[in-house]
Design a protein around this ligand. Sequence first.
Ligand code: AMX
Length: 430
Amino acid sequence: MSSIKEGIHDHLIELQEEIDCIFTAGRNTKVSEVNIGQIYGGMRGVVALACNTSYVDPYSGLHIGDYTTDNFSHKLPEEIFFLLSTGKFPEAESLAEFQNDLNQRAQVPQYVWDVLRNLPRDTHPMTMLSLGILSMENESVFKREYQKGIEKRNYWKYTLEDALNILAKLPSLAAGIYRIRFGNGVLIAHDSKLDWSGNLVHMLGIPDGDKSFADLMRLYLVLHCDHEGGNVSAFTSRVVNSALSDLYYAVSAGLNGLAGPLHGLANQECLQFILKIDEQLSDQVSEEELKAYVLDVLDSGKVIPGYGHAVLRVTDPRFTAFMKFGEENCSNSSCFKIAKKLFSVVPDILKNYKEGKIANPYPNVDAMSGSLLHHFGLKQFDYYTVLFGVSRVMGFCAQNILAQGLGQPIIRPKSVTNKWVLENLAVKKK
Ligand code: AMX
């Protein structure tokens, strides 16, 4: 058995023991109540899901297992996937074995390129990524084995196979999308001597003399990996997989959620926002001018991209990690300077805007990431969410493997009509 499979197997035993203990203590114990506002308000704050890959604390941000962002941000994405799915970082030997396994599976079938090359020229790169994954659905090991008849307790093993096949192909697929959509369409071959993020940088073909772009990409792919279970993309992916639709369907569906401007597309919108400020006011913009600009945007009914969060109530530690990288590697870049200036004015404005209705006035991960990508030569901001997606697929895969391994059932909350609510409140419509 491979180290990752063994690690997941052992992790599932631990998690199942914890669940048994929780159920023995009280399966009917209440942990959350739902009010009418939450039924109509996107279920915000309703505790209704178990996710054992990661946890987002409102004040200390993303935790993976026992590690906070500061404690894992220096790792490789492969190590992070291992941590998400087994609860532990791999030993050197297991990491090498895992990387070797990914290399063996990296070849993207020719028909995927045929599909992508036949799309309209201006198709959004997120559509291409989602479609690229979905076009390979026929390769699903889970689907093939399920049709033969497999025991429920083994579902996770075939879901893991699908996860490894998808993850291995992602750098080639994402880089190919970049070169088809923004370049001359000539693909650069995968290099088995490079690691997962190194290969993505290599196949994108963006010049990187001092390897700072490769450092940024490693950090980028680590920081976006997972954000617990209730965000739009992870939840969507989990719901789809809970119907035993295989991981190709589930990952593609999760990516479709990530493509929205209130979620993953915010990083594209953030850079557009910053470039507009650079064009209209320059990176020498004063604090007063910037405040007036931000207020104008808010008064026109738009959100400030990269600010706010459904769970976080402080500056996102992932933003802080990117800011540190920017200070160390590109403090003179115009985009970085503007992103930093926005950080010094936006939180105070949002705190006082809409009578304090904005729950979190602080920056999320998207407020800084695009500025760094832009500085290092990746200027096509339509592409940024693809990089977010490449990273986040690690979270989708790990969450679904663990859920399958724990035998979690199909997800099906109950919805109600206005009539039901009116009757239950014993209120008459005027
Ligand atoms: N600018 C202006 N208004 C904002 C705002 C922002 N950055 N963040 C929240 N608000 C507004 C909301 O639109 C809402 O107004 P409404 O009641 O008139 O509709 C009000 O404040 C209350 O919202 P909330 O409870 O603070 O936030 P939420 O949980 O409903 O939404 C989020 C969270 C992220 C969608 C929201 O903060 C937002 O739209 N931010 C900008 C887009 C963004 O950065 N998205 C990326 C999030 C991280 C990610 O997934 N990548």
